[in-house]
Design a binder for this molecule. Structure first.
Ligand code: ME8
Length: 647
């Protein structure tokens, strides 16, 4: 029986639509899953959604719909995106499904019966706005570290999991299993965290405070803490307590891939929960780094959230998959910028890989009558190409992918692409074609590059499944990327002479950088001036849809307004944009009084660089009609919630 390989991603909160961060972890897991299938493993690749808890309840309330309806509305956005990105997950969990909820309740009951869970009263610092407790240490000055509002001392009775009693066991386990928490720096971080006493974990929330969750089986006044519910997905879906034989084929999981933000929950909470249940921890938890966007933290309020759908629509699925894993070593933080993305596509995918395929096919058409020729005796140069290709599929890819070094794996693949291009340049087939006595050599060269491309197809298939299929089709190859690789397939000489090629369109067309460079910068405008924020980009004063998308327009609700001292025109507004309050200085004072402005819905540019106007900071711009003087404020026809996107 084939060896099993069980890989998971975090289950993402359905508090908003998916973004590049979610796509990143999911694509990485997909590459590993595809690779392991090629290597003959039985793979179970699980992803899904975390649908309970406060964040989701709040998001639903904001949209004015019940939580389940909210989840049902957002879930397809994740499922469709994964389909679009060619994610090959074997299952998709939604934590509101009965198959998951039942297991959570049975797990809780089992722990309760084993006296691993007890009830106790807890007194702590509570933030009513954020609906959460803070520890004494966090509650500096009696203020919420998140929203800076005053905290209240609150007593609440809850259920606690006896996490503290597993502290010693966990430290020993981590020390004895160096590959359990990866990369190494994250392991040290967890060990550092475990130097302080570990507290018991509150695993319930009173329904009076939070109702959207799985009811505790032993007390109907409470719902389960969202993490105690979510983490269980990793065992509920493969069959824990419902299909034990199946469960044991998959558990312990080979990899939980996560972002570094959820390291403690996955290593400390989860391992101790499993220990209490008498189950083994996962074999490895790998925490990757964090993506910023053009040097800034990605956030809704900054309006710089990268939408994978938009990226794919503009640059293609495989270019997106490639860029994310190529740009940054997995485990380290990375920065996303269009410039870097376009740079990679143009140099590595269009110039190197795409060009290798297209020139090879052109030469086979021209010098081989559209058929792969029969090779002759190899030269030293041929041997180098052959050995490099064989080493890539035979060992290098395996080493790098088992270490989750996606960028190194792509580096060696690209190394082979570049070597093949140099091989063509040095062999100069266009010169060989001129003399009849060089015909044999010409055939050998054409065969060798085609064979190299076959190796590249196989190596690239986990990363860029569509491009690999297309390469295969154009080269006329018989390969099946969803079946385990046969040893004959990773042996040099797999392409059959006489194979008919079918040259098609370019694999990765070059992106026209002159168009992208022509984008206008929006941050040079003065906030508060009612002139349109865009300067023209093209010769005709036109901008592309992409230029326009750079401007994050939002609906804001004016919560307070006052005049800026010594100014007749400037008003200082406090504008609620859903996720936060912004102070915006606007040149509306000649037309509107501060009193008239309060309670108005306004249209604001939310991603404008903050600027000072008469010494007062302005964090955005309010839009109004008018040329030199404001003639009318822009607002919305209906009373939509603050923070609504305008597009
Ligand atoms: O934490 N860069 O869900 P979540 C890289 N439901 N990765 C990012 C990222 C960024 N800027 N932003 C998000 C939760 N991610 C819980 C998980 S699991 C039992 C429960 C990715 O929607 C990364 O994988 O906040 C991170 O760990 C995850 O999304 C958090 O997703």
């Amino acid at each position: 029986m084939a060896q099993s390989f069980y890989i998971t991603t975090p289950i993402y909160y359905v508090n908003d639509v998916p973004h590049i961060g979610h796509a990143y972890t999911t694509i990485a897991a997909d590459v590993l899953a595809r690779y392991k299938r090629l290597k003959g493993y039985d793979v179970f690749f699980l992803t899904g959604l975390d649908e309970h808890g406060q964040k989701v309840q709040q998001a639903a309330a904001k949209g004015g719909i019940p939580p389940q309806a909210h989840c049902d509305k957002l879930a397809p956005q994740f499922q469709e995106l994964w389909k679009r990105l060619n994610i090959s997950n074997d299952d998709f969990v939604r934590t509101t499904e009965p198959r998951h909820k039942t297991v959570v309740q049975r797990t809780l009951q089992a722990l309760y019966d084993k006296k691993e869970i007890y009830q106790a009263s807890y007194t702590g610092w509570y933030c009513t706005f954020d609906e959460r407790f803070w520890t004494e240490k966090d509650a500096v000055g009696g203020l919420c570290p998140d929203c800076k509002r005053p905290l209240d001392q609150l007593s609440e009775t809850n259920y606690f999991f006896k996490m503290s009693k597993y502290q010693h066991w966990l430290v020993t386990y981590i020390n004895e299993h160096p590959d359990f928490i990866r990369p190494r720096a994250r392991r040290n971080e967890v060990l550092g965290f475990l130097q302080k006493p570990l507290e018991d974990l509150s695993i319930s929330r009173p329904k009076s405070r939070l109702s959207w969750g799985i009811e505790l089986p032993f007390d109907a006044n409470y719902v389960t803490y969202v993490w105690f519910d979510a983490l269980v997905n990793y065992i509920s879906i493969p069959g824990y307590l419902t299909d034990e034989p199946r469960f044991h084929t998959w558990w312990p999981a080979d990899f939980h891939l996560i972002g570094k933000d959820i390291l403690t929950t996955h290593t400390v909470y989860w391992s101790t929960m499993l220990k209490a249940l008498g189950l083994e921890p996962p074999k490895a938890v790998f925490a990757h780094g964090w993506w910023t966007v053009s040097g800034e933290k990605m956030s809704k309020s900054r309006g710089n959230v990268v939408d994978p759908n938009a990226m794919v629509a503009e640059f293609g699925i495989d270019a997106f998959r490639y860029f994310l894993l190529r740009e940054v070593p997995f485990g380290q933080d990375g920065d996303f910028s269009r410039e870097a993305f376009i740079g990679r596509i143009n140099s590595e995918l269009a110039n190197d890989l795409g060009n290798l395929l297209s020139r090879t096919l052109t030469m086979i058409e021209r010098y081989g009558d559209g058929k792969v020729p029969e090779p002759g005796e190899p030269s030293a140069m041929d041997n180098l190409l052959q050995q490099t290709a064989v080493k890539l599929l035979g060992t290098e890819l395996d080493v790098h992918l088992n270490n989750l070094e996606f960028n190194r794996a792509l580096e060696v693949i690209l190394g082979l692409v570049q070597l093949a291009n140099q091989y063509i340049d040095r062999s100069a087939p266009w010169n060989l074609a001129k003399k009849a006595e060089d015909r044999g050599r010409l055939n050998t060269v054409l065969y060798n590059v085609t064979e190299t491309l076959r190796f590249l197809c196989l190596a690239l298939a986990p990363f860029m499944p569509h491009a690999a299929e297309e390469m295969k089709r154009q080269l006329g190859l018989m390969l099946n990327f969803s079946k385990p690789l046969l040893s004959a397939e990773i042996t040099w000489g797999g392409v059959l002479p006489g194979t008919e090629i079918a040259k098609g369109t370019a694999l990765f067309p070059r992106i026209d950088t002159t168009k992208s460079q022509g984008e206008s910068r929006v941050d040079q405008q003065q906030p508060g001036t009612p002139t349109p924020p865009m300067s023209s980009a093209g010769g005709e004063g036109q901008i592309s849809i992409d230029d326009f998308r750079k401007v994050a327009l939002k609906v804001g609700l004016v919560a307070a307004a006052e005049r800026v001292p010594k100014s007749t025109k400037l008003l200082k507004l406090q504008v609620d944009i859903g996720t936060e309050k912004r102070q915006i200085v606007a040149g509306l004072g000649a037309k509107y009084s501060p009193e008239e402005m309060v309670g108005k819905r306004v249209v604001i540019v939310a991603n404008l660089k903050p600027a000072k106007l008469m010494g007062v900071e302005s964090q955005g711009m309010v839009l109004a009609a008018g040329d030199l003087e404001v003639s009318a404020l822009l607002t919305t026809l209906e009373d939509v919630p603050p923070g609504s996107t305008i597009k």
